[in-house]
Design a protein around this ligand. Structure first.
Ligand code: AMP
Ligand code: ZN
Ligand code: FE
Ligand code: FE
Length: 285
């Protein structure tokens, strides 16, 4: 079996590793291919591809795109697209602009809640242009308001939590069609995190996204239990969607998740990428 990982972050979004270090880790881990899927940016790809070429790890073009969903966000994984395609770049820029209005609003809430941090402190936690809640959590930890990231989320930042602000600008259907127009395919990331009523809610949601052109469901994810995977896999099969999986590696900010294997329950074969690639309109980069 040729193992791959279809979901991993670098410090260009909220992971802790430099792109080159992530690719080196993929090599050490024995992965044949790695999709670099930073939140709302492709800025790690150029260096990742270069290092991938020298180490013999195939780097798959990817991104994890934040879409609008009531009360939380939906994460849509995108693969195999032309990452310089203008409409796709414009959509990512729009989503990042939404973050730039959202982050100060979260910071304002935190001040009201008695856990003040500044945007300068938040920005200092980030290495790239995409700033999100994990960077705000890191600033809260550094200020001593909370002991760790986990507590920052459970006390303040979690979806629907006291400092949560939803400010996503793009609907999932638009993400799906924009990626498709750029020659790529989309996969719904970790559906469990949407907390839809199972199973009817998931059936309706997957059906809606499949009708919009979605290609796959991330069935295997560290946050999914055995029964979740069974449900998502059954629905994916019934709707003709590719069953995928990934570790959602973030490095130090999620220390229990390992590249390629996640919590030990993730093992994805190269054939999964072949099934996705077959649905791409253009040949992948
Ligand atoms: P954002 O894109 O700014 O909404 O932040 C979402 C990111 O925060 C996710 O991709 C995770 O990396 C991280 N995250 C979300 N919920 C939690 C949590 N409960 N504990 C730790 N990290 C989390
Ligand atoms: Zn993340
Ligand atoms: Fe995600
Ligand atoms: Fe992710």
């Amino acid at each position: 079996m040729d193992r791959i990982d279809l979901h991993a972050h670098t410090n260009r979004s909220d992971g802790s590793l430099e792109p080159a270090a992530l690719v080196a880790l993929a090599k050490e881990t024995g992965l044949r291919a790695l999709a670099v899927t930073d939140h709302d940016t492709t800025s790690a790809l150029a260096i990742a591809r270069e290092v991938g070429r020298s180490l013999g790890v195939e780097i798959l073009t990817g991104a994890e795109i934040t879409a609008r969903f009531p009360g939380r966000s939906m994460h849509v994984l995108a693969y195999g697209f032309e990452d310089r395609e203008p409409a796709l770049c414009a959509m990512l820029a729009e989503i990042v602009a939404g973050r730039e209005t959202r982050n100060p609003r979260i910071v304002e809430r935190l001040c009201e809640l008695g856990a003040p941090v500044t945007m300068a402190e938040v920005r200092a936690e980030a290495k790239g242009d995409v700033i999100g809640r994990p960077h705000i959590a890191a600033a809260l930890v550094r200020r001593g308001h909370v002991a760790d990231t986990k507590t920052a989320f459970s006390l303040f930042l979690r979806d629907g939590g006291p400092a949560y602000v939803a400010a996503d600008r793009v609907d999932p259907e638009e993400v799906i069609s924009t990626v498709r127009d750029a020659g790529g395919v989309t996969v719904l990331a970790h559906p469990k995190q949407l907390r839809v009523d199972a199973p009817a809610g998931y059936e309706a949601l997957f059906g809606r996204l499949a009708a919009a052109g979605l290609s796959g469901i991330e069935v295997d994810h560290p946050s999914h239990r055995t029964d979740d995977r069974a449900l998502f896999g059954r629905l994916a099969d019934a709707m003709g969607l590719v069953r995928t999986g990934g570790s959602d590696f973030h490095g130090a900010s999620k220390p229990d998740v390992r590249l390629g294997s996640g919590d030990g329950s993730i093992s994805v074969d190269y054939a999964v990428w072949e099934a996705l690639r077959a649905r791409c309109a253009a040949s992948p980069a």
